[in-house]
Design a protein around this ligand. Structure first.
Ligand code: PLP
Length: 349
């Protein structure tokens, strides 16, 4: 079955009156102080670049991540640069290697390119199996690691990511998708892009920052990589961005205390729901460090998803490799309580 774009968006479509914990969105909007900055920019919407907004965003991100501002590029979300990096480095003769299950957008780009897409099962700890990934296609053009991984929420150790960067073909690129990194309280891969010419880091404001509909993402990568990815639009990619999103992002990244508090609150909601499931004897894939977790029902996930939706709770989908396992996104405490109540109603062991 070919996964179309429309199908991939299904989980994000609202169902009237249902709790929405299916698409890994944030249950709440941007931090109020960041939303205020966006509103100010609405009033200056007549200008393409009212107050040097891009430079402010890059300076704010550089200060937080410790990487040079000239290696930071802003995008309308991280989906577009993910497709572009595949187009720049994969081809019918240079494949793409990913984990499985993993975020599957790059599978579709690979199919369109006619590039071989090799999906390598995660390790028993649900990390990317970097040695198996290299062995599976030693001459690939793109190695893609999602950490924390969508849909399992699990991390791949930084040492393994570094190993893959050092051992892949020199002219291949390592893409590290850190869409969910703000829920992980530990080291990230960002600094690898500060010195190397063959690593690209993806970030998004769609998740913890609550800006999915506003559209803002980042890449950390060398100017040479950017040139390859923008060769058909003359380096003008930043003209795609609404200044409201750029200003909102600039203020968001600097809110260290609010980020920590939102993370802690959502981790507590996640662990509350997981404990509830386990108490009923329902299996949960361990180790999530993100705003999602996977539930192994031991029976078809599609039927469970439908039964839970009948109780007005919209959970996520399953992946072909694990037909009995659903992804559930973490919402507010009330939303996770509604999920637990729905489980109490529909679960029969
Ligand atoms: N990467 C991962 C791992 C995701 O889960 C998503 C969205 O769900 C994206 C990238 C793309 O999101 P966006 O384009 O909103 O940044």
């Amino acid at each position: 079955l070919r996964v179309t774009g429309a199908m991939a968006q299904q989980a994000a479509k609202p169902v009237e009156g249902a709790v929405r914990i299916g698409a890994n969105e944030c249950w709440t909007g941007p931090f109020p102080v960041a939303a205020e900055a966006a509103f100010k920019l609405v009033q200056e919407g007549n200008r393409y670049e009212p107050n040097d907004e891009h430079a402010k965003l890059f300076a704010a991100v550089a200060a937080v991540e410790g990487i040079p501002a000239d290696r930071i590029t802003a995008w309308p979300g991280s989906s577009d640069p993910l497709s572009r990096v595949a187009v720049a480095y994969a081809s019918p003769t240079r494949g793409i290697v990913t984990g499985n299950p993993a975020y599957e957008a790059i599978w579709r780009t690979g199919d369109w390119l006619g590039a071989k897409v090799t999906k390598v099962p995660l390790t028993k700890d649900y990390a990317h199996d970097v040695k198996a990934m290299l062995a599976a296609d030693p001459n690939a053009g793109v190695y893609y690691i999602c950490s924390p991984n969508n849909p399992t929420g699990t991390m791949t150790p930084l040492a393994d990511i570094q190993w893959l960067a050092d051992n892949k073909p020199k002219d291949a690129i390592l893409v590290v998708d850190e869409a969910y990194i703000h829920w992980f309280d530990g080291p990230n891969a960002a600094k690898m892009a500060a010195s190397r010419d063959d690593v690209l880091i993806l970030r998004t404001f769609s998740k913890l920052f609550g800006m999915a509909g506003m559209r803002l993402g980042l890449t950390f990568a060398s100017p040479a990589i950017m040139e390859k990815m923008m060769r058909y639009d003359g380096g003008q990619v930043t003209a795609m961005l609404p200044m409201t999103a750029v200003a909102c992002g600039t203020v968001s990244v600097a809110q260290a205390d609010l980020i920590k508090a939102r993370r802690a609150e959502m981790v507590a909601n996640r662990e509350m729901a997981i404990a509830h499931l386990r108490k009923k004897g329902i299996k949960v894939i361990p180790g999530s460090q993100a705003n999602m977790f996977m539930v192994d029902w031991g029976k078809p996930a599609k039927a469970m998803q439908a039964a839970i939706l009948a109780e007005k709770v919209q959970i996520g989908r399953n992946w072909p490799i694990w037909p009995n396992v659903s992804r559930v996104s973490v919402g507010s405490a009330d939303e996770m309580k509604a999920f637990c109540d729905a489980i109490d109603k529909v679960w029969k062991a």
